[in-house]
Design a binder for this molecule. Structure first.
Ligand code: IMP
Ligand code: MG
Length: 172
């Protein structure tokens, strides 16, 4: 039997997102900013972050090959859905649900850097710094969390639990 324990409540998450949005507004007084969400985990965070921001934002999504049904990274990343537009000359923020090993983000930052944006920053709701294998500069981090597997608020385990309003630790 698997069990869920609430780590971050929906209220805590929304309060923190307001602060992150204010920071982003401060750093980007001029819009539009491209928010690039990494499917599928980041979609709920991106939707709330975008609405908490005052700076005009444009929403884009990319798909990457993921963990599949496991809980740890295969170490391989592949772009399965690219951007629909050119972001050359624009301010860009890559929006991720969680940074774990850093493999996904370090790959994507390298890919988007080649698209010549005016600026490129990274926002993540959750950060597990203890598990880092590749260095990544995270500009906006919602919460640093311990090395535990979490689900909810967009995060899944084998595609389940994404629509939980809280972030919960999943244990078996
Ligand atoms: P990284 O490439 O190891 O940094 O992994 C980032 C991706 O792994 C995230 O976008 C998530 O999809 C997934 N991931 C990492 N840790 C967790 C977790 O605790 N719960 C759910 N998904 C996770
Ligand atoms: Mg995922």
């Amino acid at each position: 039997m698997s069990s869920l324990r609430v780590l971050l409540t929906a209220d805590q998450i929304h309060e923190r997102i307001k602060e992150m949005a204010a920071e982003i507004d401060r750093d980007h007084p001029q819009g539009p900013v491209y928010l690039i969400g990494i499917l599928k985990g980041a979609c709920i965070f991106l939707a709330d972050l975008a609405r908490a921001m005052k700076t005009p934002a444009r929403l884009e999504f990319v798909g990457i090959s993921s963990y599949g049904r496991g809980k740890s990274s295969s170490g391989e990343v592949k772009l399965t859905k690219d951007l629909d537009v050119s972001v050359e000359g624009f301010d860009v923020i890559v929006v991720e649900d969680i940074v774990d090993s850093g493999i996904t983000l370090s790959y994507l930052v390298q890919v988007f850097q080649q698209r010549r944006p005016k600026s490129l920053r990274v926002a993540t709701l959750l950060d597990k710094p203890d598990r880092r294998q590749r260095p990544v500069r995270v500009d906006y981090a919602g919460f640093h969390i311990p090395d535990e597997f979490v689900v909810g608020y967009g995060l899944d385990y084998a595609e389940d639990y994404r629509n939980l309003p809280d972030v919960c630790v999943l244990s078996e």
